[in-house]
Design a protein around this ligand. Structure first.
Ligand SMILES: *Cc1c(COP(=O)(O)O)cnc(C)c1O
Length: 399
């Protein structure tokens, strides 16, 4: 079978809910992936930041194999010898008090919505069924019905209603809008520190600090969705550290397993998670020993191999190099660490054709919306590899 055959199989038997680049990958190592014909590519997407540690990291792979040989799933009906260690290591690393483990990012978001609503009724005294959560325009928090119900993207919401009530949408990056949106029934403000899917949108400096203060002053829980920005991507363990603040609840996922397996978690610095009682929430796979063993090693690798500092330094190098490309098609280069976007001018003809040309030259990246290309390589990328990428990017964007 060749690429064409694999593509035809996918298109024939699969739902067309994605528009992938037509590259059929079969193997990966570090920043590199190979297609079925043996051609090598540099991965500058990292599965939307789920493989921050690089493809098939040998230590994480060993942890997975070792745990798979011992025990994979107990369900939470019983305890296992990985879960408590995972909790403690994650709490120590992130200075959290409690953890609730789930699988996908969207599940972590759903979990936090349930938890803060309960907190609103039990701790804050909001009348039953009246809890409000404030979210931001152009957010991306996942694909479940509740989550797309508070999306402002018409494609995400489409024909999928009716939706869960109780959400209010305000502009991102506007602290005054948050202040004005607060009512006595507000339980939480949920936002991404940097909006990833919206095109790497960085809020004005000081925004998160102001948001932190508004939430504290009004007894509102601050929830940061760090599923994409967390775990080193922006050059800090969590993106909130750039403004020296701490959210009450933090969501992580994606790179929590280094891309081996879906693992997500809600991290709590407040009393919120402590309110959940047996029977109120759960997941068959959440917190399973395989996930915990994997995540423990994925976190160790991130720290011990200096990937967070590398994201900061090599990210600066990457962005500087991008901004030196002389071309009329680039409107703006922006980002933090190795979460980088190149926004093209409206008359450049859209980002997709550039991504396709880059693919032909051996570099994989993806458009977000019409005119933006996101570059988010694994955090193990070296300067030499950035130079390699830049030759191709300059050739394609430079015309
Ligand atoms: C990817 C992502 C999610 C959803 O994670 P899934 O594992 O795809 O459900 C939620 N929030 C943000 C910010 C994300 O980038």
């Amino acid at each position: 079978m060749d690429s064409k055959d694999f593509i035809q199989l996918e298109d024939t038997f699969g739902a067309h809910n994605y528009k992938p680049l037509d590259v059929v990958l079969t193997r990966g190592q570090g920043v590199w992936v190979w297609d079925v014909a043996g051609k090598r590519y540099m991965d500058c997407l990292s599965a939307y930041s789920a493989v921050n540690q690089g493809h098939c990291h040998p230590r994480i792979m060993q942890a997975m194999i070792a745990q798979a040989r011992k025990l994979t799933l107990t369900s939470r009906a019983f305890r296992n010898d990985q879960l408590g260690l995972f909790y403690r290591e994650l709490c120590e690393l992130t200075r959290s008090h409690k953890v609730l483990p789930m699988n996908s990012g969207a599940e972590a978001v759903e979990t936090v919505i349930k938890a803060v609503r309960k907190w609103g009724y039990r701790a804050k005294g909001i009348p039953a069924e009246h809890a409000e959560i404030i979210v931001c325009e152009n957010n991306f928090h996942g694909r479940t019905i509740t989550i797309v119900g508070f999306s402002s993207d018409p494609q995400a919401r489409g024909d999928f209603g009716p939706f869960t009530p109780g959400f209010k949408i305000i502009p991102f990056g506007d602290a005054t809008a948050l202040e004005n949106a607060v009512t006595p029934n507000t339980v939480a403000f949920l936002a991404e520190p940097i909006q990833g899917e919206a095109g790497v949108i960085i809020p004005p400096a000081g925004y998160l600090k102001q948001v932190r203060k508004i939430c504290s002053d009004n007894n509102i829980v601050l929830i940061l969705d760090e599923i994409q920005t967390g775990l080193g991507r922006t050059g800090k363990l969590l993106a909130e550290e750039h403004e020296g603040i701490e959210a009450d609840l933090t969501l992580i996922g994606k790179a929590l397993s280094g891309g081996f397996y879906p693992v997500s978690a809600v991290l709590s610095n407040s009393e919120v998670l402590g309110l959940l009682q047996p029977g109120e929430h759960g997941s068959t796979f959440g917190g399973n020993p395989l996930a915990c063993a994997l995540a423990r090693e994925a976190l160790k690798v991130l720290i011990e191999e200096g990937m967070i500092d590398n994201a900061r330094d090599t990210g600066d190098y990457f962005r500087t190099a991008l901004s030196q490309i002389r071309t009329p098609v680039i409107k703006e280069v922006r980002g933090k660490g190795l979460l980088i976007a190149v926004e093209l001018t409206p008359d450049a003809g859209g980002a997709r054709p550039y991504c396709e040309k880059l693919m032909q030259k051996g570099l994989l990246c993806k458009e977000t919306h019409e005119n933006t290309i996101r570059f988010a390589p694994p955090l193990v990328i070296t300067r030499e590899q950035v130079d390699w990428a830049m030759e191709r990017i300059a050739a394609v964007l430079g015309g």
